[in-house]
Design a protein around this ligand. Structure first.
Ligand code: PEP
Ligand code: MG
Length: 889
């Protein structure tokens, strides 16, 4: 196996092997763009190292021969005293993990070669500054020395010299600092800073491999759902310097605005600075457009390259570049992260430019982004007290209590508080706090600062670089213009779409995308914004492509009408138990407690017209579309009073010698019906079989409602669904009774109703005997909530709050199986049951109505296993439509 690839050997499609950075450096090299020469060590080498603790045997020799070739190209040798080649050693995994893994710059500098660099560059200060940076970075990341020790020494040097910034330190000061830094290394790491350049390089490579399993990186991967076994590649790249004076600099650029999608010149530039300075947000940058004034030649060349890259990648690219004494170098490019709104806009813009087709446009957006666009925003009419404005780095409206460190953010959010994390700038150590916070506010750094990049990736609201806010993290407070002080715990609101910062809690309003789906804003109308136009077009692409139909889980006409506006093609689950709440609860209570048939019949008689009216309204709202009505499902005791409360009431009445016959009777019934495991007890079809007349009353209500709608010239399409079936016999009994009732109503009303009868598949036994069950069912709807509960043996009402956090932390699963379908376990049962069911009954209709029906990843799975539809809550319908379209294209 080959472990090292020269930049001229790779290409952009080799991300698995070369990591994103390495693959794109190779692609740019092959496009003839100015990339400093170098080579990439593969992720395979990293995996061998992580698995065995040893680098692969062949690696050393391969690195040697690539290094020799690099030295030949560059005409200098690594660390050569008079004319040193210096290299950077950078991590680069398949998926971008900004700032999460290690990078070491200036490898090759030593006590000897620092002199050579000084001569080469004609700048002694620069050489010593580069050397101290190397010892600092190497000491911290490779040798594990506490980085603060170096920072403190640097601060002391500045104090001693009475200067404010490190650029004011001179060569002699930096020389002294190097001596100090070396002492720190010796004392802390128990070894000298290595003078042998190859040893430096080898140790740095190992450190990058190790950083794959650093805490920060692991946490980030969990959060972003990046698999833990990919490993990182390592890029060895000849150094170019942006800190060689005013004609040098470093910057970051986007080929379009990652917030709005508009084409133009977007980016940040920092004169006389090296590598990470821009991304770290340490010094404030100037807008990229300024570069035209500073260095027109490089600016023009950069614009040209950006156009080449966009046309080549057919997408927004982000770029890191360095200018060394007027020579432009490309250090990195990749398809850039963007806000959800920009993703929709860019996808349609690229279609209009003829760069991509509709199917590709659907791959450029996703349901999570659409869901994000449906979040409410701040009410523009609200009275607000704006106290600052920063850069709109990641959209959304976030309100929370001000906190000034990650620890507090995590602690407070765990106790249920909503917090806004306020920092001067963030760094990878703040990741925990950023995850915990509703939003992130920084006073420094641009659109490409750590805070902005990471927040965008997480879909979290972020305002950065709000310079007029004085953040004092030590005293946990922030002073706003005018002198008002925001203390820890004070409420603030931040708008990631406008960059505005407000005191107090600002009320929120629905998003324009929701207004569009609701039909209150129309695409093509004068006031429709660009985002609505883009969403409208993408939804049309998705609807044209998708095979899966999308239905709603809805139990009343209002939800049904909303679902219809959102594009639902019917109701996949009407939970009738939701119709038995409120005033009707008493009727159900009487039904349960009925001692005699007469009593029971009486309760059922009273419930019938109420149920019927519910269904009439539902059929009217969904006229012409299927409505699946599930017969009563939950354990009966849910309709009865709380056992403890009732016991107290009875005991009190007894002690006061008050009459309490009814209470006592109720208490006895509650005791009789009490179950240790109600979820596995008397519910679903079992209820229908045990309480005579209950299901037939519901079926009669459905049939009569359908007949009534038919008489009113409506087009009701009712489907009756039996819950929690475990064996075909249960279904057969209920089915026979239902058929009889429907026939009676048909005769009585003179209407042919054609009501389909089907079942839920939500128990493993039902899935395993699907072939038999299909004989009595015209459709299956997978109840993946209960199926997940019963396949895993996880109580769906308890586990997420109890041990799931630990399971997620331990990586047992990356996401709760109640949220995203567990393909290997629950999913394989769904797949097998679908096949078995269709083998019995080829026209068996198949759907899913568990929560997974609205989950993007699960929708793709249901598409793959051949279901006919997914059913989800009304608000998830657009997401499901989009994902169904993506799955099919
Ligand atoms: C299910 O179990 O997936 C389902 C849809 O039914 P419920 O959530 O009502 O139990
Ligand atoms: Mg269920």
């Amino acid at each position: 196996m080959k472990f090292v690839y020269d930049f001229t050997e790779g290409n952009k499609d080799l991300k698995d092997l070369l990591g994103g950075k390495g693959a794109n450096l190779a692609e740019m090299t092959n496009l003839g763009l100015p990339v400093p020469p170098g080579f990439t060590i593969t992720t395979e080498a990293c995996k061998v190292y992580l698995d065995s603790g040893e680098e692969p045997v062949a690696l050393r020799d391969e690195v040697s021969s690539h290094l020799a070739a690099l030295e030949k190209t560059m005409g200098k040798k690594l660390g050569q005293p008079d004319n040193p080649l210096l290299v950077s050693v950078r991590s680069g995994a398949k998926f971008s993990m900004p700032g999460m893994m290690d990078t070491v710059l200036n490898i090759g500098l030593s006590d000897k070669s620092v002199q050579g660099l000084a001569k080469q560059a004609g700048d002694e200060r620069f050489a010593w500054d580069s050397y101290r940076r190397l010892i600092q970075m190497f000491g911290k990341t490779v040798l594990g020395v506490d980085g603060d020790l170096f920072e403190d020494a640097l601060e002391e040097a500045k104090k001693a010299k009475k200067v404010a910034v490190d650029t004011e330190l001179e060569a002699a000061d930096l020389k002294k600092l190097v001596t100090k830094f070396k002492k720190i290394v010796k004392a802390e790491a128990g070894r000298d800073f290595p003078q042998d350049p190859r040893e430096q390089m080898d140790l740095a490579i190992k450190a990058v491999f190790d950083s794959w399993n650093g805490d920060r990186a692991k946490l980030y991967r969990r959060q972003e759902r990046i698999p833990h076994d990919l490993g990182t590649a390592v890029n060895i790249c000849s150094m170019v310097f942006g800190n060689l004076g005013p004609d040098s600099g470093t910057g970051v650029a986007f080929t379009r605005d990652p917030a709005s999608g508009h084409q133009g010149v977007y980016g940040d530039y920092l004169q006389n600075a090296q590598g990470e300075d821009v991304v770290a947000g340490i010094r404030n940058t100037v807008a990229l457009a300024e570069l035209e004034k500073i260095d027109k030649k490089s600016y023009d060349q950069l614009m040209q390259i950006m156009e080449t890259l966009e046309n080549h990648y057919k997408d927004l690219c982000d770029i890191e570049f360095t200018i060394e004494r007027g020579q432009l170098w490309m250090l990195q490019t990749r398809v850039g992260k963007r806000t959800a709104g920009a993703a929709f806009r860019i996808a349609t813009q690229l279609v209009d430019q003829g760069l991509i087709d509709e199917a590709e446009a659907l791959q450029r957006v996703n349901g999570a982004q659409l869901a994000q666009l449906m979040f409410p925003r701040f009410d523009e009419q609200a009275k607000v007290e704006q106290v600052g404005r920063g850069i709109a780095a990641s959209p959304g409206a976030a309100v929370g209590k001000a906190v000034f460190d990650s620890y507090t953010a995590v602690k407070w959010s765990r106790s249920g508080e909503k917090v806004i994390l306020i920092r001067r700038e963030t760094n990878p150590d703040d990741l925990d706090g950023m995850i915990a916070a509703e939003g992130i506010l920084t006073s420094r750094g641009g659109k490409t600062s750590h805070a902005a990049v990471v927040a965008r990736g997480m879909g979290k609201t972020c305002v950065c670089g709000a310079e007029e806010l004085e953040v004092d993290t030590k005293r946990r407070r922030m002073t706003v213009p005018g002198g008002h002080v925001v203390e820890e715990g004070d409420l603030i609101s931040i708008d990631g779409s406008s960059g505005k910062v407000y005191l107090g809690e600002v009320p929120v309003v629905p998003s324009p995308v929701v207004e569009y789906f609701e039909g209150r804003m129309h695409a093509g109308a004068d006031d429709a914004d660009e985002l609505v136009e883009a969403v409208h077009r993408i939804m049309a692409f998705a609807d044209r492509k998708r095979r899966l139909r999308v239905r709603a889980n809805a139990d009343n006409a209002e939800d049904a009408l909303r679902a219809r506006r959102f594009g639902a093609q019917g109701i996949g689950l009407c939970r009738t138990e939701h119709m038995f709440l409120g005033d009707r609860r008493e009727l159900v209570e009487r039904l349960i407690l009925a001692d005699t048939e007469v009593d029971r019949e009486e309760s059922l008689k009273q419930l019938l017209p109420l149920q019927k009216q519910d269904f009439v309204e539902l059929f009217e709202a969904m006229d012409g579309l299927p409505v699946t009505i599930r017969l009563l499902d939950p354990p009966l005791h849910e309709f009865l009073p709380d056992i403890t409360e009732l016991s107290v009431r009875v005991a009190l009445a007894e002690s006061r010698k008050e009459p309490h016959e009814n209470e006592l009777r109720l208490l006895q019934a509650v005791h009789r019906l009490h179950e240790q495991n109600p979820m596995l007890g008397l519910r679903g079809v079992r209820l229908g079989l045990v309480i005579p007349g209950l299901f037939t009353m519901q079926v009669r209500a459905i049939a009569e409602a359908a007949a009534e709608r038919r008489a009113a010239k409506g087009d009701p399409r009712a489907e009756i669904m039996i819950p929690l079936v475990g064996t075909v016999q249960e279904l057969e009994i209920v089915r026979d009774e239902a058929d009889q009732v429907v026939a009676e109503v048909e005769t009585a009303t003179g209407t042919e109703l054609k009501l389909a009868i089907g079942t839920m598949i939500e128990l493993p036994r039902a899935a395993l005997t699907a072939a038999q069950i299909a004989e009595a069912a015209e459709f299956f709807s997978f109840g993946t909530n209960d199926l997940t509960q019963t396949v895993w043996g996880f109580s769906r009402d308890d586990v997420e709050a109890s041990f799931f956090t630990a399971y997620l932390e331990k990586g047992i699963f990356g996401v709760s199986p109640f949220e995203t379908i567990d393909k290997d376990g629950v999913g394989s049962l769904v797949k097998a049951a679908a096949q078995a069911g269709r083998a019995t009954r080829p026209d068996l209709k198949l759907g899913v109505c568990g929560e997974h029906g609205g989950d993007p990843e699960s929708v793709h799975f249901f598409h793959e296993v051949g279901l006919d539809y997914v059913s989800c809550s009304p608000f998830r319908i657009p997401v499901a439509r989009l994902e169904a379209g993506r799955a099919a294209s």
